[in-house]
Every structure is written in C-alpha cells, then in structure tokens.
Design a protein around this ligand. Structure first.
Ligand code: M6R
Length: 357
C-alpha cells in the first residue's frame, strides 16, 4: 500500500535507505561477516568469466556489477542485454557463470537466454527481488534483493538493491580467492545508506532543480565517465520512461564524436562527477557544452566538489557512488513527470514486467 504517498515511485525512492540496511543484515552472519550460501559462492568461484544478462535498469546495475567483479574479485565479466544475447552470443570462456539480474524474475528476454544456456549445460545464478519467480526457479542458484515489492513501473529501489547485492557478491568472491578488497564493505554500505537518506530528504531542492532544468525542455543529456557513465544511462532511462522527455546518457568522451551537435541554447546536461580520477575530464566536457549554450547541472561528491556544482552528494566510498548519485536523478525525473501531469507509476506503453519477447 502506498499509504500517504501520492505515488508508489516516491514511496519506493524513500525506502532505499531501509532496503540497503536490510541487505547488509541479510548478508551478514552471526559474527557480522558477509556471507551467502556455500553452493552459490562455489558457483561464483568456479567461474573463469561471468556473463551478466539483464534488461533496462537491471542491465545498468549489471554494468556497475562488472566493475565490482573485475576490480574487487578479479573475475573477468561481460554484461549483455538479454534480447541481444540470443543473436549475438559471444565466444564463451571454458567455465562461464551466467548471472541473470531481474527485479521481477519474469523478463521473457532474459528467460530465453536462461533456457538456451541451460540446454548448453552452463551454470546459472539469478539475482532477483521475487522469490519463486520464473528466473529464480529455473536457475541453479538464487540471490535475493530483499527490496520488498516494487510496484511503480520505474525501477528505483530494485536498482540500488541490485548494486549493493552485486558489491556483496564481488566482495565474497574476492574473499574466497584471498584478494583483499581494501575496505570494509559492511561499513561502507552503512555509510552509503546514510548518504542515501541525506539525499532523499533534499526533495524540495530536487524539485526546484527539476523545474529549473526541465520545465521547458524537449530533451536532456546525462554524461559521466567510468561508474558515473553507467549512472548517467540509468538517469536518462528514468527521465524518458516517466516524463517522456527525450533523454540520452553517454560517456563524456563521446560528446565530441557526435552528440555535441545536438547542444543548443538552454539544452539541459546532467553531468556526474563523483569519480576523482575522471572528474577533470567531465568538467572539461561541461565547459565544452557550456560554450555552446548548454545549461549544466553537475552532480559531484563532498571532498571533490567545486564551486557552482548544483548537487553535492555526501562522501562515500568511490565504488559505491552509484547508490547515492542515482537518488537525485530519480527524484528529478519524478518531479519532471509530476509537473508534466504524467502518470508517474504507470507510464504509457510500459508494463512492470515484460513477459513477451
Ligand atoms: O524485472 P526486470 O528487472 O527483469 O526488468 C527489466 C526492465 O524491464 C526494467 O528494469 C525496466 O527497464 C524498468 N521499467 C526501468 O525503470
């Protein structure tokens, strides 16, 4: 039930700190150490390469997950859009593990891949919010998101839950391999949950920014580099699906290879700059689009912020910024849709779970 909330989407955005805390609890043993069932862990550890299969928002979480599996656990990882995988199956490694990421566990495009790889005899793991869902029943292993029912078509809390759970899986895999990840993930996830809490309290400010940047726009761009690039894809998807504003997320470096031609006087550009190493480059992009009239909203992080940044998220571990930087983007999209009179929870032409191929 959405209770006093006008929309499920807003309620689900608000639930994110609690969801993150629940996940931290769910994947801790009695000694406070991260843990999952042994069989699932062994399946991950047997793999010489992980193939993540997902669609939409879950695909965007998968892109973040690739960073975790590769950087924390040292397991080569590929992320594939489910609907493309069938036709574009890459050459597989010797011991692949297929990881299906799906909030609903019912996405037909992903299931089609699961059926195929099972025929080929490969092991599978589903990361889902719905126990007993098709992808969960049919895969060898299941890891749950513990996000509670997500009703709004636009996925919010499932995304942050997916990112957190993927970080946990990667850290566990690293531990098994004797790799030090170099930080205390439980503690850092707790810090991130608090940062998410701080951001959801800033609704009025986000509503104001949404109005300032999007009230009169037909289009909007989201840019980032590294992890910020993946969040920019998610920000653009959120905005387009609920407000119908044409939005594109792309890597900052790609601007000059085409998209910059679209920048006009007043074009809104949301630029994510939470990654210290590439922050100067993204700020350079902001200057380039600014010189052509764009109106930029920089989203940075405490510690690396600069004067004029419109949104500064609290400091969190650099690998966990997607959990926090996505919150203002979710809220800005929500208010853009609201002010345009859109049906926020049930956008046109979309279904919550896409059970047709
Ligand atoms: O249930 P799934 O995670 O498999 O769904 C995948 C996509 O259909 C879903 O994430 C979709 O993109 C959302 N509407 C995005 O908000």
């Amino acid at each position: 039930e959405k209770g006093t909330y006008p929309h499920y989407m807003l309620k689900e955005i608000d639930e994110q700190p609690a969801v993150l805390r629940k996940i931290i609890q769910a994947y801790q043993d009695e000694n406070g150490k991260l843990s999952i069932d042994q069989e699932t862990l062994e399946a991950i550890n047997r793999a010489d390469r992980i193939y993540v299969i997902a669609a939409g928002t879950s695909y965007h979480a998968g892109l973040v997950g690739k960073e975790y599996f590769e950087k924390l656990a040292g397991v080569p990882t590929e992320v594939h859009i489910s609907s493309e995988f069938g036709y574009n199956m890459p050459l597989l490694s010797e011991k692949p593990l297929f990881v299906f990421i799906s909030q609903s566990g019912e996405t037909a495009d992903s299931r089609q891949v699961l059926v195929k790889i099972k025929e080929l005899g490969y092991p599978s793991l589903t990361v889902t919010n719905v126990p007993g869902s098709t992808l969960s029943r049919e895969a060898d292993h299941t890891v749950l998101l513990h996000a509670g029912p997500e009703i709004a078509v636009a996925s919010t809390k499932a995304y942050t839950a997916q990112v957190a759970v993927l970080a946990i899986l990667a850290a566990l895999a690293a531990g098994e391999k004797g790799n030090e990840i170099g930080f205390d993930l439980v503690q850092e996830l707790g810090i991130a949950a608090n940062a998410v809490q701080t951001m959801i309290v800033r609704k009025e400010e986000m509503e104001g920014l949404s109005f300032d940047f999007l009230e009169l726009s037909r289009n909007a761009f989201f840019i980032g580099r590294g992890l910020d690039y993946f969040v920019s894809l998610e920000g653009a998807l959120k905005l387009k699906e609920i407000s119908y504003i044409q939005a594109e997320g792309f890597a900052g470096g790609e601007l000059k290879h085409g998209t910059i031609a679209l920048i006009e006087e007043g074009t809104p550009v949301f630029a994510l700059a939470t990654q210290e190493a590439v922050s100067p480059n993204i700020r350079g992009n902001v200057k380039e689009v600014g010189a052509r009239g764009a109106k930029s909203c920089i989203i940075s992080m405490e510690g690396i912020e600069e004067e004029g940044d419109r949104i500064v998220i609290p400091a969190v571990h650099p690998m966990l910024t997607p959990l926090v930087s996505v919150i203002p983007l979710q809220l800005i999209s929500y208010y853009a849709a609201l002010h345009r009179g859109c049906d926020v929870d049930k956008p046109r032409n979309l279904a919550k779970s896409v059970t047709v191929e």
